[in-house]
Ligand binder design. Structure first.
Ligand code: PA5
Length: 444
């Protein structure tokens, strides 16, 4: 298990001396993290989480997952942002984005409360018809509008379909240990509850019950996931120059100082799509503040080479790429020879698509580099649970160090409140009356 930083394709963009010059700042960021003296230091529970987690709750998660796997056709996971992306990212990376349509021994998993779209909600309710449904509602605050609306709907749906008592058995709530609307509701109704620890922020919470319960319900080995994260914690804890995670954080910071203000995360595996989304939240919400920060974007190749490829090769030189090179596919597919060879593809005969995909990746890295895009490559073994656990911890730690290098608090998100304030005022939520008229005037 490892994630290796390959800086070979940064040649011509960054010099080794620049890493050396930045290193005292990396050391200082490391010290802030380890001595808990940096901004946001009350949200560092994730640092030791891979070894220092609630073992009792962990086994309760496994028991609940067993139950859900036996009595459920569809698990609806309700949550948004950090209370949703990590679970979906891991499930779809390990089990493939198409697994939902073919899974046999585990429930199909659908997600609600990550949008306010009535279409999405209506479609999911239609899919649930005639199926045995369970719900995992996840909200640390317990008051986030999107999941709160979805939960109101699914609570009523379950109560109507199977009665109040059975609905209570089929609802699992993951929320604050002691406070909040969802905690109060869960206690009043007698739902089984799981905890979002106080010292772990939403985007760092995938290795808590937030991610672990849905992931376990999909049949993925959560012990392996945690073991991968623990291996990363062990390997990446020292601030030496061989620390691949810190070299990655340093490289992206140096590139930012050179005016590369967009990072594009690149994968050649469609199953990585939601990992891209998780990464974007992690880094976007952590770094993008005080007028600073790299903007995280993502592509899946070779798919997006046919849409974004032109810009990446030849457009404004404002970005660098971080390519996640997943070395081993789950199962390869060999191209066969064809006697007529009318499509001219016999030059590929006998080759596995993994090899073809790899050549596409190598060719693109060289082409984009020659086009002026600095290329970071992060090499990982596979998309199995343990490797993903390692990668998750690698990115979390890189993100914390990156935030401190940038001089921001990587653990808060004050900027996400502004839209909520406006939306509540426009919707007439009690307490927001004074802003309503002014906002409506701006819209008219
Ligand atoms: O990372 C974060 O803090 C956010 O993305 C939250 O997870 C998201 O807003 C959901 O919040 P909550 O879990 O309180 O419903």
């Amino acid at each position: 298990m490892s994630v290796k930083f390959n800086g070979k394709y940064l040649e011509g963009f960054l010099r080794e001396e620049e890493f050396a010059q930045l290193w005292p700042q990396v050391q200082s960021a490391h010290d802030q993290l380890m001595n808990r003296t940096g901004a946001g230091n009350d949200y560092l529970g994730w640092v030791d989480l891979p070894v220092n987690y609630d073992k009792q709750e962990f086994s309760r998660i496994k028991q609940a997952a067993e139950r859900i796997m036996q009595d459920t056709d569809i698990l609806v996971v309700i949550g948004i942002g950090g209370s949703y992306l990590g679970a979906r990212a891991v499930i779809e990376a390990v089990k493939s984005i198409q697994y939902n349509s073919i899974c046999k021994n585990t429930p199909q998993i659908f997600y609600a409360g990550n949008t306010i779209s009535p279409n999405a909600l209506n479609d999911l309710l239609a899919i649930c018809e005639g199926k045995r449904v369970s719900v995992n509602v996840i909200s640390k605050s317990g008051t986030t509008t999107e999941p709160a609306i979805a939960f109101r709907v699914f609570k009523k749906y379950l109560e109507q379909k199977c009665g109040v008592e059975e609905a209570r058995r089929r609802i699992y709530a993951t929320t604050d240990a002691s406070k909040g609307t969802l905690k109060e509701l869960a206690d009043a109704e007698g739902y089984e509850t799981f905890v979002v620890p106080d010292d772990v922020g939403g985007r760092y919470s995938v290795l808590t019950a937030v991610g672990l319960l849905p992931i376990a319900c999909s049949g993925i080995d959560i012990d392996a996931l945690m073991a991968g994260a623990a291996a990363a914690r062990e390997k990446l804890s020292d601030c030496d120059k061989d620390n691949d995670c810190y070299r990655y954080a340093a490289a992206r910071n140096l590139l930012y100082r050179r005016g590369k203000s967009i990072e594009t995360l690149v994968s050649y595996e469609p199953n990585f799509t939601m990992m891209n989304e998780w990464f974007k939240q992690l880094f976007g919400e952590s770094e993008g503040k005080d007028g600073k920060g790299l903007m995280p974007t993502s592509v899946i190749c070779s798919t997006d080479l046919h849409s974004m490829g032109q810009f990446l090769q030849d457009g404004a030189r404002i970005m660098f790429e971080t390519v996640v090179d997943i070395c081993r596919p789950v199962k390869d597919f060999v191209v066969e020879a064809d006697a007529a060879n009318r499509d001219g593809l016999n030059f590929l005969a006998g080759l596995g698509l993994a090899e073809v995909n790899r050549k596409a990746m190598q060719g693109t890295i060289l082409a984009h580099r020659d086009g002026g895009v600095p290329e970071i490559v992060l090499e990982m073994d596979s998309l199995e649970a343990a490797d993903l656990g390692y990668l998750i911890y690698f990115f979390e730690r890189a993100c914390a160090i990156s935030g401190y290098l940038l001089g921001v608090n990587p653990f808060n998100q004050p900027g996400v409140e502004s839209y909520k304030k406006n939306m509540f005022a426009l919707l007439g939520k009690p307490g927001y009356e004074s802003e309503k008229a002014a906002l409506e005037a701006k819209l008219s």
